[in-house]
Design a protein around this ligand. Sequence first.
Ligand SMILES: [Zn+2]
Length: 405
Amino acid sequence: MMTLNDIATAYVKLVLAVGQHDRSYVDAYYGPAQWQHDTVDIALTDLRRMAEQLINQLNALPAQAQEELQQRREFLGLQLGAVGAFIRQLSGIQVSFDEESLALYDAVSPALDANSLDAILDELDSLVPGQGDLNARMTRYNRDFEIPRDKLDAVFSAAIHESRARTRRHISLPAEEDFEIEYVSDQVWSAYNWYKGNSYSLIQVNTDFPMLINRAIDLASHEGYPGHHVFNLLMEKHLVNEKGWMEYCIYPLYSPMSFLAEGSANYGIEIVFPAAERLVFEKEILFPLAGINPARAELYYRIQAVLQKLSYAGNRVAQRYLDGLIDPAEAIALLMKYALSDQKKSAQRLAFIEQHRSYVINYNLGQDSVQEYVEKRAGKDPQQRWRVFAELLSHPKTASMMLRP
Ligand SMILES: [Zn+2]
């Protein structure tokens, strides 16, 4: 009979084998190199059978007496279910957007009410300076908040060093933890964290589009501190190294792990930079470094806060597009209307949707779920929020696990 540890090892090898069929699938792996050689050239039909067998073996295990082990088992079960679902997707079996997100991320994005979206658009209409078409005004307005390319590294580095210093006051990080920043182009994302193991990350920033000033702190916190870099190193330290739970040495992108990863990375932005403190840092440090007038920061951030309220509309555009209800031109038009991004940026967004599909729900629904989870337990106290947040990252839960009292 297989133990939980045996199933964990088999799961890692299964994910590595599935990764041979899709380049984006294995987001991070720092387990034994030999396992990568054990897992080449396995056909999808065989992988599908292996996934089903592992799920049956996991279900046959007796209940774990310790809560921590029961949680480990439940998380692994949902991860395995997602591997099976992704193999079926790779095999060409189609399901609806909502079925896909439930199977891969253990969550479904809520239905939206068009009237409430229009009310938010009206609110923006009154805030954004100028007359006429809102998208065109927004595009013109944003131009003044672009970080000049020759100042990008200074601004982004200042943001990430500050988010690191602030995170270190609340979460104990290994002394050797470190990262490198690289500027790249021709990608569907704005930035990416590649976790390499040994508490080390490569953070890539895409320069296809000028970075808007708010994205410096957003991306530094999301990719770095207390976002992806910190999440990965806490899992490595507490779960892989201390407990020997090998399933955490691999991160399959299309899995419930991403709901917590993206959700905590986005909620982490306001944990590390609460709105009022953030505005001070922006006005005193980042706006001057970028050569942008700090007197304009307040209105800019009021507009950002309203824009954030529209983010779920993007999920529904993705759903309608991937379910075949609208064509690319209609999808871009809806993104321009509800995300207020210009034509080119909306086309980049659609390329992301095509590549990563229902993954998009992890950002906003994930953020709101992590926020609700943390604030229900920690209330308004910032210290308590950090504590519950770090605890969650060290003991991962999926979307449905987070919903439980
Ligand atoms: Zn991310």
